[in-house]
Write a protein of this length. Structure first.
Length: 200
């Protein structure tokens, strides 16, 4: 396969249509849909019995919340930077439709999708771990007046309260599909290049 070879119609459809739209949709999902969430419903019922503050544990964060600002929760700077870099790399993916040479657009898109996916997973897991840590701190204070034999099993349940949201999973699936489609384009182009000389 050479850079001077003309892209096929399928390759043009993927690089000019699917890639920019796909990256835009994954970016939208990450920016505006809940990516990490903590729900008081997942805490033991005793939380509600002991404190009326359990509503403070209802936290839902989008990628935009993590990267920029969230009034009811302060994210550590490292997690914010991860979210910002993730968003920038996803946005760069849409720009692969304009990359030169044209024959390398699928390669660039696949690489960007893979890098975005790794950053997304690292950011999501870091944010969920931070939420879980905050929940444990809250419950430790909340249950400080009861014996440790009773409080520790309840505090351990904090891991069930914090988790990854729909925005995270939709963005991750979208990036995986973009990478897979572009890898298929690359394999198809390579096969066509090998068959070309033989047919000639």
């Amino acid at each position: 396969m050479t850079d001077s070879a003309r892209p096929s119609a399928f390759e043009k459809f993927v690089t000019r249509g699917i890639n920019p739209v796909g990256f835009a949709l994954t970016l939208f999902a990450y920016l505006f849909l809940p990516c990490t969430a903590m729900s008081s419903w997942e805490f033991p019922s005793r939380v509600e019995e002991i404190s009326p503050l359990e509503g403070l544990l209802e936290i839902s964060s989008t990628g935009a919340n993590i990267a920029v600002h969230q009034s009811d929760y302060r994210w550590p700077i490292v997690i914010r930077l991860l979210a910002i870099v993730t968003l920038l790399v996803m946005a760069a993916g849409a720009g692969t439709a304009l990359a030169r040479p044209a024959r390398r657009r699928s390669l660039y898109a696949a690489v960007v999708a893979a890098v975005s996916g790794v950053l997304l997973v690292v950011t999501g897991l870091s944010a969920a771990a931070r939420m879980e840590s905050a929940a444990r701190e809250f419950l430790t204070v909340l249950f400080s007046t009861i014996p440790k034999t009773e409080s520790e099993p309840l505090i351990d349940q904090s891991s069930d309260a914090a988790g990854l949201g729909a925005g995270f999973w939709l963005a991750l699936v979208g990036l995986a599909l973009i990478a897979a489609i572009n890898l298929a384009v690359l394999l198809r182009a390579r096969s066509a290049a090998r068959l070309g000389p033989a047919e000639a």
